[in-house]
Design a protein around this ligand. Structure first.
Ligand SMILES: Cc1ncc(COP(=O)(O)O)c(C=O)c1O
Length: 391
């Protein structure tokens, strides 16, 4: 029998010569999930009117019903969108900010999310305040403290990632939601890396909004995301694209559908097949097992710091800190084009987030990765960083 990694690797489409250690950026879609989306595109073209004007509404309801239990949410509290950026934009652009108001985001936040907040702040004469999360980090309390210090009487929103993009830290998100609530500040969780990497119970978490991606760890094709909205916030959430669903009480279609479905399901004609493939992606995840994915990733990543000689960003002192990624701090003299060198000279793919200081590399692991991938990364870093990359 083939060893487990090979068995899983065959079910993805990744190039055979790649040590692909960057699931975090755009995911990697299993063969059978992609096939389902291609099949659906064919189905659309066999009778576009019947599919898009007739059946789509019910099919999207089916996606919400499959996704709801997986993320611990009621299907009616989910808006389906193409990606987390769209979800974050919908929330940010629905805020009513005034001059002198403040919006708080950590400095490990994803660049596009921070820029979205900066955009709405500038437009309103408000201010984006960054919570400074230290690197290296010693303990979780430092994160909560950083956010606490950034809050003020004019704070109108707190944005925090469930798993940070450049630094791969699983933030103490329930504590941050509590912190916001204690100060009367609504909390938007950027959960782009959450679903499929971290078990979710969004109802229990109780954030005001949770923006999630389907095409990263959930293993859906590109263009699948969602926004979970707590009940109290639904009436004031505006769709990013105003279309047939506005106003929701006059939207065509089944009048019993939830407000979010009516507002978000038809952003104009688009390709819905990535979203419609989410149930197949969930079936794949169920077969693979979230716990197995996490255990496999953790077992591989445990040795990445000692193999590469690079220190991790976080304390890595327990499962609550780490998902299926780890970020390592690079030496100051690491070449600017390290990511390109690793790819071109060694066929090793990791994330090298350019917008973050200190410079780091982020290493992801999934079921298709083996120890050999990490050994290749360590050899490649030794070559590219020289003695500084003391592997
Ligand atoms: C934390 C975080 N938020 C948001 C995004 C944006 O995701 P998307 O491009 O799918 O909207 C990313 C993408 O990597 C991310 O890492």
């Amino acid at each position: 029998m083939a060893p487990p990694t090979e068995r899983w690797r065959d079910r993805f489409l990744l190039d055979a010569d790649l040590a692909f250690l960057n699931h975090g950026s755009f995911g990697a879609c299993p063969r059978e999930v992609l096939e389902r989306s291609i099949e659906l595109r064919r189905e659309v073209e066999r009778d576009p009117v019947d599919f898009l004007a007739g059946r789509l509404e019910g099919l999207l309801d089916g996606v919400r019903h499959a996704l709801g239990p997986f993320v611990g949410a009621s299907p009616d509290d989910l808006a389906l969108v193409p990606n987390a950026t769209t979800a974050i934009n919908a929330v940010a652009r629905s805020l009513s900010l005034g001059p002198g108001d403040e919006v708080v985001a950590g400095d490990h936040e994803y660049g596009a999310a921070a820029r979205t907040l900066d955009f709405v702040c500038r437009r309103a004469g408000a201010r984006l305040v960054r919570a400074r999360v230290p690197v290296p980090l010693r303990d979780r309390e430092q994160v909560v403290e950083s956010y606490r210090r950034a809050l003020g009487p004019r704070t109108r929103l707190l944005l925090a990632s469930h798993v940070t993009s450049p630094t791969a830290l699983v933030l103490p998100i329930a504590r941050l939601v509590e912190l916001g609530r204690g100060h009367g500040v609504p909390v938007l969780v950027d959960g782009a890396h959450g679903p499929g990497q971290i078990p979710l119970d969004l109802d229990a978490l109780g954030a005001d909004w949770y923006a999630g991606n389907g095409h990263k760890w959930l293993l859906a094709p590109k263009g699948a995301g969602f926004l979970h909205v707590c009940r109290d916030r639904q009436a004031v959430l505006e769709p990013l694209v105003v279309s047939w669903g506005w106003p929701p009480e006059e939207a065509p279609g089944d009048p019993s559908r939830g407000r979010l479905a009516r507002l978000f399901d038809w952003p104009g004609t688009t390709d819905p097949t990535a979203l419609l493939s989410v149930p197949v992606a969930l079936a794949f995840l169920e077969e693979a097992g979230l716990a197995r994915i996490r255990e496999h990733a953790r077992a591989l990543l445990e040795s990445v710091s000692s193999l590469t000689g690079l220190a991790p960003v976080g304390p890595a002192d327990g499962p609550e800190w780490q998902g299926c990624m780890v970020s390592l701090v690079l030496p100051l003299d690491a070449p600017e084009d390290l990511g390109a060198r690793l790819r071109e000279r060694h066929r090793v793919v990791v994330a090298c987030p350019e917008f973050f200081r200190p410079r780091v590399i982020r290493v992801s692991a999934h079921l298709y990765n083996s120890e050999e991938d990490l050994l290749r990364l360590a050899r490649a870093l030794r070559e590219e960083l020289g003695p500084a990359g003391r592997a």
